[in-house]
Structures are given as C-alpha cells and as structure tokens.
Design a protein around this ligand. Structure first.
Ligand SMILES: [Fe+2]
Length: 455
C-alpha cells in the first residue's frame, strides 16, 4: 500500500515555494561586530514531490544564507541550486558544465567556502555546483577539470594546511572508494582509489594530524531497487560487515589498514585525533554518532532507532578496536571548533534528536547539546517551546581565540510563527539567552549542513 503522506514533507520538513531576498533584517539583541561574513546552510527542497516515494535525501538542494556585517544583518536569501532538472521545472535554461557520465543532481547536503568561492556539494557521484556571493548558481563544477568523478558532502579541512580531505563514491563504480584531497585553491591535489567489497554509501570520513579514516559500513547500493525505480537505491545489508579503514594522511589506497567493527551506520564523525597510549601504542581516537541501523525496514528515512555518541579507539600496533558509548543523549549533526579538526579537542556539540510522532525522526531538535570531553559533562541550550534547530556552526571571536571561544550560529524554526530565526549563541554562556536573534521573514525548512564563510 502506498502512502499519501511522508513525514519528510510535513511540518517544517515541507519545502518552501518562493525564492526570497530580504534586506536589513530585524535583530533582537546585539550582533557581534566580529561577525563579518555569510552563514550558509543547505537542505532538500523538492519541487512537486510524490509523497508516496519521496526520500528526504533526494530533494533538490536549496541554499539559505544570511549576510552579517558591522552589527547588521544585511540580507537573507534562499535559492535553489539550478541543476538541469531544477532549471527545467523553473522554466529556465539549464547551465551547462561538467557532469559525471551525464548525470546531474541539485546538491542538497553541504555548502562550503573555498578560496573565496562557494560550492554546494553532495555525495554519490554528482558534481559540485558553484554559487556566487548572493547564492545564485554559477554552474556545475569539477574544480577546474581536476575532479575525476563525483565529490563528497563532508570534506574535512586540515587546519594545518587548509586542504580538504574527502572520501567519495559513485554507485556506478562498485568496489571502489576514492580518497581525494582538494587544496585551499580549490584544485584536486591528490586522488587515490580504495578497494572495498561492494558499493557502500559513505557519508563522512575523519582525519587526524597524520591519518585519514574511511567508513565502510553496511548500507549498500541495491541494483534491484535501482532497476525497480525505488527512490533511494541504498539499503541495510548486515552481511556486508562493517569496517573502519586507516591510512596515512594524503596516502594511497593500498595503504589502508582495516579494523572490523560491529555493524552500525555512521553519517557523521564528530572528530578524530592521534594519541600514544601509556603502553606506547599509537592509536586513532574517533568520536562519532552511531546509528544501530538505517534503511532496513524503513527505506524512506533514516529513522530506525535514535543515534548516540560513541568513541572508537583503533590500536595501530595490535589492530584492536575498543568502542565506548559516550552517554545516552540522542543526537546528530555533530560539529567542533574547525581549528581543532583532527586534533585533541575539548568541545563537541550536536542537535538533540527525538521521534517525530508521525513515523520519522526529528533531526532538528529542541536542544543543542555540547559535550565537554575533558569531563564528560554536557551543557545544553534549550530553544524554547515549539522551536527547533539543526546543525550549529562555531565562529571564533578571532583567529587566536581559545577553543570554543566564539559564537554558535544556527537556524531555529518557530512553529508558532511559521518562521525561522538565525540565533547567535555565545559558547561561554551556552544555556543563556542568545546574544542576537535575526528574524527572517520566512521559514527555513529542516535541512542538512552549512558553514560560516567569512568575508
Ligand atoms: Fe551529513
């Protein structure tokens, strides 16, 4: 029996239908003068989806942005990323450019700034799309001819070099993952292939100062689903097994060392770092949000259980693995101070996660939860009745500020008004009132990832 509704088209998951430009936005509180740049976030915003088959991961991308400068919120904009199908539906000519074997998709998963350019990105094969300063589509992009196939939604930026490390995959290239390094000039500087036993969906990866960590987990491409027209051709396959791979940072695919783990799925790592134990053994410490399983019985959404934070330690001498749950708080969309990526770190924060009550999972939650890894303590920001937020991004007060000394930015949906705000929270007073709230004239649907792109 087909469903006529989808939890991912209801409430604030529902797409918006207008592209809006709003200038000189109303602000409650005081916007810190240090905030000079754009807060950008992207998510799926399908055009005329079929509720019976709509998959949350497959909606066309829409980017939302707020420009802050001199204590003012200069503008809010939302724009669809104009892949060929989006352009056609909007009655516009499509923008020509590189594609992966002719395939085009409107990236919906992350939006990043590199070398003064803005890119909307997605995994699974499609090319990135470049956007301009005001979020209009420039066109599909292969990093000036250097990106051989598709890209990832989760490049990790090494704070020492500014290089973007990612693991990419493409359903039409079974048995192969690609480890790609893009330089701070937005050109691919390293590309190597990693052999895997099948066609896993690989959403994220992790880096340390000297290693890259690859996730080879049991959500795999299903030819049967793809050929039968399923809206999302990846499914849980416990028989595939589960492995974490470690290779030297910037190393080659044949250098990967694999560590078997219990089957689970990981969309997002919080962070990773190298450590030498009291026993003299080098280890990779990997903190991640672990789902027991996804896309097994419920194929249209990752909603088979609630994810929690775990720490894995991979012993590079013995090959041993330890896995420890770091508390019972259900959470997703973990982030850290970007200056601590791949390093020992103290603070990691995420969004609280709960069931929707209509068969889905609210990945945009009522609380932001920050774990202090030095003590295990959690501090929370509660957004208030009827309010829910997604991923939060830190903007340090200045380049040399201590870890976590800065502001957390996130879009917050208010069910009572049907609109969203950009909230600016001080990390130093996380549980307190926001430093500033930028009021948007519209709502920002629940989406995926974003970043602060300084001027
Ligand atoms: Fe993600």
């Amino acid at each position: 029996m087909s469903s006529t509704t989808s939890p991912y088209l209801e409430g604030n998951f529902a797409p918006v239908h207008e592209e809006v430009t709003a200038e000189d936005l109303e602000v409650t509180g005081s916007l810190p003068e240090e905030l000079d740049g754009r807060y950008l976030r992207i998510g799926p915003n399908p055009i005329a989806p079929d509720p019976a088959t709509y998959h949350w991961f497959m909606g066309s991308g829409m980017v939302h942005g707020v420009r802050l400068r001199d204590g003012r919120a200069e503008w809010y904009r939302n724009r669809w990323v104009r892949s060929a199908d989006v352009a056609a539906r909007l009655g516009e000519p499509s923008v020509e450019g590189p594609s992966t074997k002719g395939a085009t998709f409107s990236p919906n998963t992350n939006v990043i700034g590199v070398d003064g350019r803005t890119f909307a990105i997605v995994e699974g094969g499609p090319k990135p799309f470049e956007l301009d300063e005001r979020l209009d589509t420039v066109g599909p992009c292969d990093f000036d001819g250097t990106l051989p196939n598709g890209y990832s939604a989760h490049p990790k930026v090494d704070p020492a070099t500014g290089a973007l490390h990612s693991v990419n995959y493409y359903w039409a290239r079974p048995g192969v993952l690609e480890y790609t390094v893009v330089g701070p000039d937005a050109l691919v500087v390293h590309h190597t292939e990693i052999a895997v036993p099948g066609s896993p969906m690989v959403h994220d990866m992790a880096i340390t100062e000297s290693h890259a960590v690859v996730f080879d987990l049991p959500v795999v491409f299903s030819l049967e689903d793809a050929t039968s027209g399923a809206s999302f051709p990846y499914a849980w396959d416990a028989a595939y097994g589960a492995r974490l791979g470690v290779l030297p940072l910037g190393g080659d695919g044949d250098e990967v060392r694999w560590f078997e783990i219990d089957p689970c799925y990981v969309f997002h790592a919080m962070n990773a770092h190298d450590v030498t134990g009291a026993d003299g053994h080098e280890r990779v410490v990997l903190d991640l949000v672990r789902h027991d399983r996804v896309f097994d019985q419920h194929r249209l959404g990752p909603d088979e259980g609630l994810p929690t934070l775990w720490r894995y330690e991979l012993d590079l001498v013995t090959g041993g693995v330890s896995a420890t749950q770091l508390g019972a708080t259900t959470q997703e969309f973990p982030r850290v101070d970007e200056r601590r990526v791949g390093r020992p770190y103290r603070y990691g924060w995420a969004t609280s996660v709960a069931p929707t009550g209509t068969g889905g999972v609210d990945f945009d939650g009522a609380e932001l939860v920050c774990t202090d890894h030095s003590t295990g303590a959690e501090e929370r920001h509660v957004f208030g009745s009827g309010r829910a937020a997604g991923e939060a991004v830190l903007v340090p007060r200045h380049a040399d500020a201590d870890e976590g000394d800065g502001y957390l930015l996130t879009f917050v949906y208010d069910a009572a008004t049907g609109r969203s705000d950009l909230e600016v929270l001080a990390m130093a007073d996380l549980s307190g009132d926001p430093v500033a709230v930028v009021h948007l004239p519209v709502r920002v649907p629940f989406g995926f990832h974003g970043n602060w792109v300084p001027s």
